[in-house]
Design a protein around this ligand. Structure first.
Ligand SMILES: [Zn+2]
Length: 249
């Protein structure tokens, strides 16, 4: 089923502000608003959803969006409670992402791909999971021989790749074509639902190619440098690496 709302974040991660019309307001434990288009990312794949504002120009009212999520295929915006109630269906609203947060997530997410790419290329270790906040994240690998020395080497290698100014490309491929790419589905457990017909891929050109639904920067130079802030054993084979973005000088 084609969603009623255009989901801009998947095609243009840099779109932060857009005008939209309210399609539906769902009142429950919280108020959810569905728009005919949005720049919000609904969360998923370890990347938290966006936050931001909806603004109604006709009377200047604003609503704080504390998060977004998928609801029957639509991106639903969860509003902070407002004493004057939610916007109405057919209202025209300005949609504004909290951009500093989103950009930090895009940089962090791209850094995690670079980490993934280096660990796969240099050690053949599969990813088993990951999670992020703006500016920091972690990835879990099947990586039996990981050690402190190796982690220092990995940090240096990731920073070399980020500094190489590699382009980051988004593509949408038919399922068969995507599955024909060796190593594309690099997660240990393939979480892609049966019946999905198109696969979105993110490529750090020359380093990493993954099936992925998140938002990323367009070139690794925008990430800057990373620091490995810790590593842990989650068992004999499963290891966790934590990173954060280094603040630019
Ligand atoms: Zn990603």
């Amino acid at each position: 089923m084609t969603p009623r709302g255009e989901q801009v974040c998947y095609a243009d991660a840099y779109a932060r502000s857009i005008q939209a019309r309210v399609v539906e307001v769902v009142q429950g434990e919280s108020t959810l608003v569905i728009l005919d288009r949005t720049t919000f990312y609904p969360g998923g794949g370890g990347q938290p959803s966006d936050q931001g504002l909806l603004l109604r120009a006709t009377d200047g009212r604003t609503w704080t969006v504390r998060g977004a999520r998928k609801l029957d295929g639509e991106i639903a915006h969860e509003l902070e409670p407002s004493p004057d109630g939610p916007p109405d269906v057919a209202d025209v609203l300005q949609v504004d992402l909290e951009w500093a947060r989103r950009l930090a997530l895009m940089r962090t997410h791209t850094a995690l791909h670079a980490l993934c790419g280096v660990v796969w290329r240099d050690y053949g270790a599969l990813v088993t999971g990951g999670n992020m906040e703006p500016g920091s994240g972690r990835m879990d690998f099947e990586f039996e021989r990981m050690s402190g020395d190796l982690v220092d080497t990995i940090e240096a290698s990731v920073n070399v790749e980020l500094a190489a100014q590699r382009d980051v490309r988004v593509a949408v491929l038919p399922r068969d074509e995507a599955f024909a790419i060796p190593d594309l589905i690099r997660t240990k457990v393939n979480l892609l639902p049966e019946g999905i017909e198109e696969i979105r891929t993110i490529e750090i050109v020359g380093l990493d190619l993954q099936a992925d639904g998140g938002t990323h920067v367009a070139n690794t130079r925008e990430v800057g440098r990373i620091k490995v802030t810790g590593y842990e054993s989650k068992g004999r084979i499963n290891k966790r690496i934590r990173i954060r973005l280094e603040d630019p000088d």
